[in-house]
Ligand binder design. Structure first.
Ligand SMILES: *Cc1c(COP(=O)(O)O)cnc(C)c1O
Length: 396
């Protein structure tokens, strides 16, 4: 029997979420997470994955996984620092460093773990972190874990960043100051103003940290937002995920040899959590190989993104100010957003409603993620369903 106080807490809070339209229902897939998905025996066009390049279901990755599982087993057996490091892990890290144009790379079990690992390995209570107000939850948690003073700056507002950096520097209160930003903001699809951020960082001696979970495999010939701006040697930390465009699972930090050496000595998820399984590592190696040798999928992703965005805009939807294939469709009211998503589902389109706390209250949206794996016919079908449901609910 659970305690009375726990029971009361859970009941009240779950009911509260339901009444506000903030209760998220999880729909299990009955097969792969491809351009179409099967849910409850129904096939739907899928616009909700982060599988940007369709690599999650690519046979080259699947075959590499099977071979590695047969050779190395299903699990790594230990944390990286004891004897969980296999030659495959090192091969992947070397390959990623080459791909990212940095001296070295360390991998973790997830992108989320990277932010748990890397921030607190260098920042402590005598430091400050300037953090974009729309940064990802894992960055926020990573900052908290470090116990540094977190100073939020207005989203991509370079005047505000400069003013806060100046104030923090001149206060003399902090040993080190870091600036952290997403490379691509996942809910709006806009790109961080890295050239200005780097300039401000150089002026005030800030450590620079870019979490490029949504930029990797999408911008800069796949190498990410930092490469896109030609800033590979001027950013201290580049975080990437292996779970989105790369199509598998895991994350990495790319940076200088000395930084990576330190993270291998002192970052806690590296020291205290088991290494990534060999099948996943082999699949990631295959995936990065594809990206390094062939731009076809990236090109297709952008074509599909541009098509969907311009068609929805033509119909009169508010697609925000995305600069990437991420195509939000902003509805506003949370309950209406959920209703819109539900109607899309009934019409055969799977596009999730994103509401508070993932985005600010009153900015509920459908987040559409076209991928390289979608055909033009699928996207045309999506557009006609959007038109029908948009008119029906009085949104266009
Ligand atoms: C998705 C995401 C993560 C988490 O990556 P996982 O590999 O899924 O754990 C971290 N940071 C940002 C900015 C993200 O968008």
């Amino acid at each position: 029997m659970s305690s009375h106080s726990l029971e009361q807490f859970l009941t009240e809070n779950i009911e509260d979420l339901k009444s506000k339209g903030l209760y998220n229902v999880i729909d299990p897939l009955q097969g792969p997470n491809g351009p179409t998905i099967d849910i409850e025996g129904k096939s739907l066009i899928n616009l909700s994955s982060n599988n940007y390049l369709g690599l999650a279901t690519d046979n080259r990755l699947v075959d590499a996984s099977i071979e590695a599982a047969k050779k190395y087993g299903a699990g790594a057996g230990a944390v990286r620092t004891i004897n969980g490091t296999m030659d495959l892990h090192l091969e992947l890290e070397h390959k990623l460093a080459e791909f990212k144009h940095t001296e070295a790379v360390i991998t973790y079990q997830s992108g989320f773990n990277c932010n748990m690992a890397a921030i607190s390995a260098v920042m402590d209570k005598n430091d400050a972190i300037l953090s974009d107000e729309l940064n990802h939850a894992s960055i926020i948690d990573g900052c908290r874990l470090s116990r540094a003073k977190t100073i939020r700056f207005k989203h991509s507002d370079m005047e505000d960043l400069r003013a806060q950096a100046k104030a923090a520097k001149e206060s003399g209160l902090y040993n080190k100051i870091m600036v952290i930003t997403d490379g691509v903001f996942s809910m709006d699809g806009d790109i961080a103003k890295l050239p200005e951020i780097v300039q401000i960082a150089e002026e005030f001696d800030l450590i620079t940290y870019v979490d490029d979970a949504h930029g990797s495999g999408v911008l800069g010939q796949g190498a990410g937002t930092v490469k896109h701006f030609g800033l590979s040697d001027r950013i201290d930390f580049q975080i990437g995920t292996l779970s989105k465009a790369i199509g598998v699972v895991g994350g990495y930090v790319a940076g200088s040899t000395k930084l990576i050496e330190w993270l291998k000595l002192r970052s806690r998820p590296f020291l205290f959590s088991t290494a990534m399984p060999p099948a996943s590592v082999a699949a990631i190696i295959a995936s990065v190989d594809i990206l390094m040798n062939d731009q076809t999928l990236i090109k297709k992703l952008w074509e599909n993104g541009d098509f969907l965005k311009s068609e929805l805009k033509k119909l009169g939807f508010d697609v925000g100010h995305s600069e990437t294939p991420i195509t939000p469709c902003i509805i506003g009211d949370e309950v209406k957003t959920q209703e819109f998503s539900k109607r899309l589902y009934e019409e055969g389109v799977y596009a999730k409603a994103i509401v508070f706390p993932t985005v600010p209250k009153g900015t509920g949206r459908i987040r559409n993620m076209p991928t390289a794996a979608h055909s033009r016919e699928m996207l045309e079908q999506v557009v006609s369903v959007y038109e029908k449901v948009g008119k029906e609910l009085g949104i266009i």
